[in-house]
Design a protein around this ligand. Structure first.
Ligand SMILES: CC(C)(COP(=O)(O)OP(=O)(O)OC[C@H]1O[C@@H](n2cnc3c(N)ncnc32)[C@H](O)[C@@H]1OP(=O)(O)O)[C@@H](O)C(=O)NCCC(=O)NCCS
Length: 169
């Protein structure tokens, strides 16, 4: 299996992965909208023998703390084809996208996801609590990872998700 950047010819296969994993269209539609509206920062696929088995998206987020903007990103949607789950593909995609984001200078990454899954990658719900966003109400499912030490806002901050995310409401 290789992990590589998305190319234009992967778009349909990426939709298929998310539709199969989530059993609905919402996440696939969100990814298309984020891509179309140029909010995508990093989009990686896991490919084996020419088939796309998994996909992760990292996209732009606005985080303002004490009047200053922080370089931030949203992790997800992420999905792995059901027949290939629990084989480490999701973990490989997340580790790779976070490594690349850190190299690119992304300071913090936010995720709305399973509280049992993301802490192993450095995400923490406790640290996200002082950050105000449309997802703060999801409690432990809303988490933040600090990629560049010392950049996580100490005081309250505001996280604004770009327009496409409204389709998840
Ligand atoms: C979540 C997902 C991307 C993980 O990918 P994966 O390749 O199956 O995961 P990995 O093999 O790297 O890791 C497996 C671990 O993830 C855990 N895991 C998988 N799905 C989980 C879930 N819904 N909730 C909590 N933990 C989950 C497994 O229990 C396993 O834990 P363990 O290592 O302690 O045994 C994949 O299961 C998936 O596509 N799920 C459906 C779509 C989805 O829910 N996306 C994430 C939205 S936040």
């Amino acid at each position: 299996m290789v992990i590589r950047a998305e190319t234009p010819s992967d778009v349909a296969a990426i939709r298929c992965v998310h539709e199969a994993a989530f059993r609905q269209l919402q996440e696939a539609d969100l990814i298309d909208a984020i891509r179309d509206q140029c909010y995508s920062l990093i989009s990686l696929v896991a490919e084996e023998d020419g088939a796309i088995l998994g996909h992760v998206l990292l996209s732009h987020l606005d985080v303002i703390a004490a009047g200053r903007s922080i370089r931030a990103a949203a992790l997800g949607p992420i999905a792995v084809l059901p027949a290939h789950q629990n084989q480490g593909i999701g973990s490989s995609l997340i580790r790779r996208v976070l490594d690349q984001a850190c190299s690119d200078g992304v300071a913090i990454v936010l995720v709305l996801g399973h509280p049992a899954y993301y802490p192993r990658f450095g995400f923490c719900a406790e640290r996200a609590r002082a950050m105000s966003s449309p997802y703060t109400c999801h409690g432990d499912a809303w988490m933040v990872a600090e990629l560049i030490p010392g950049t996580l806002p100490q005081a309250s901050s505001t996280v604004a998700y770009p327009a496409p995310w409204a389709m998840l409401d």
